[in-house]
Design a protein around this ligand. Structure first.
Ligand code: BMA
Length: 348
């Protein structure tokens, strides 16, 4: 118990974290909830599918921002609440963002919004998402109560996806991971780090990591809010493989330097979870396991990872922080150090 407690930094107890013990015969560092998926595609009348979403502890219970594609197939964000983190009530209306300041008004025009992340920083919950503005870019907003939502400036120029904030300022600045891209479902994608003094102007851009081989050969993108530990920031991230039949989205974990998070300490060579259950393999986009949030109990080191299955439903997997960190350190990617210096995986 003590070892787990010392590992986590700035992490509150979450005794009511959703949880199921590891199956007796499992040797894996994470395991799926036996009743997955926890959110079906038709939980609310307007939805075609509900997936790739973000949840946080809220007032002793849970709240979240959910990707609900509607029956016109427009990607939208909806708010949701839960007593136990497993059973959810979602609003059937999409979130209406108000301009945080007058100058933000013209940026609030809705086109499409998807793949939200939610991060508590200092005094409020920040939301980042993939926001349609002449192509996909990173939308940024905040809420105090999950009723009123205030939109700030987009963090970056298009095209960008998978904007994930760190849960505290680093060296006095807000910090975000993102993945510059182009208009479509790109066959490439690296994770970059950026800083901002005010959540408005972003700079100090640094390369963090790119694809390597195997399950993460095509592209990588940040998943859930990084978790601070004495071994570095623990980041769950998705990796994509291009099969003869299309993209396959799995996820793994990396440890990033605490003060200079663009420096990768270790990164898992095998995946933590890949689409192997029907609800991950069959849906609107087959073979997708896409992490967007992780709850952590600071006392026990238990983790609940929320991920989208097949761009259709929401699932949960469980693990212990110390086992996941041990797994990353015991199975590190060997090629990343070469990538850091600009060599392609193929030339190694
Ligand atoms: C990405 C995003 C994700 C989606 C994935 C697989 O580009 O659109 O929302 O899960 O493709 O379709």
């Amino acid at each position: 118990m003590n070892k787990k407690k010392e590992l986590l930094k700035n992490c509150s107890p979450l005794p009511n974290i959703p949880w199921e013990e590891k199956p007796a015969r499992s040797t894996e560092p994470i395991w799926r909830y036996s009743k997955n998926p926890i959110i079906p595609r038709d939980l609310i009348p307007s939805a075609n599918s509900i997936f790739n979403s973000a949840v946080v502890p809220f007032k002793g219970k849970f709240a979240g921002v959910f990707r609900c594609d509607n029956k016109t197939r427009v990607q939208q964000l909806h708010v949701g609440f839960s007593d136990d983190g497993i059973h959810w009530q979602l609003s059937d209306e999409r979130i209406q963002w108000k301009a945080a300041e007058k100058e933000n008004q013209e940026i609030t025009t809705f086109l499409y919004s998807y793949d939200p992340r939610v991060t508590w920083i200092e005094d409020r919950y920040y939301v980042t998402w993939c926001n349609g503005y002449h192509g996909p870019t990173i939308g940024v907003g905040y809420t105090f109560n999950f009723k009123d939502f205030f939109q700030l400036e987009n963090a970056f120029l298009p095209y960008n996806r998978n904007g994930v904030l760190f849960p505290r300022k680093i060296n006095g600045k807000f910090a975000m991971l993102s993945r510059p891209s182009d208009t479509g479902h790109t066959p490439f994608g690296d994770i970059f780090y950026s800083e901002s003094p005010d959540m408005k102007y972003w700079g100090h851009h640094r390369f963090v990591m790119g694809p390597t081989y195997g399950w993460q050969a095509t592209k990588v993108g940040a998943g859930s809010t990084p978790i601070e530990t004495s071994e570095g920031w623990l980041l769950f991230y998705h990796g994509v493989l291009t099969s003869c039949n299309g993209f396959v989205y799995s996820f793994g974990a990396a440890l990033l330097d605490v003060e200079q998070p663009w420096k990768v300490i270790a990164r898992s060579e095998p995946y933590l979870l890949s689409p192997q259950r029907l609800y991950e393999q069959v849906g609107d986009v087959p073979n997708v396991a896409f992490p967007g949030a992780a709850l952590v109990d600071g006392d026990s080191g238990r983790i609940a990872i929320y991920y989208g299955g097949a761009d259709t439903v929401i699932c949960v997997a469980f693990g212990y922080i110390h086992e996941i960190i041990d797994f990353v350190k015991a199975n590190p990617s060997k090629v990343d150090i070469f990538r850091q210096y600009g060599m392609s995986a193929l030339s190694i």
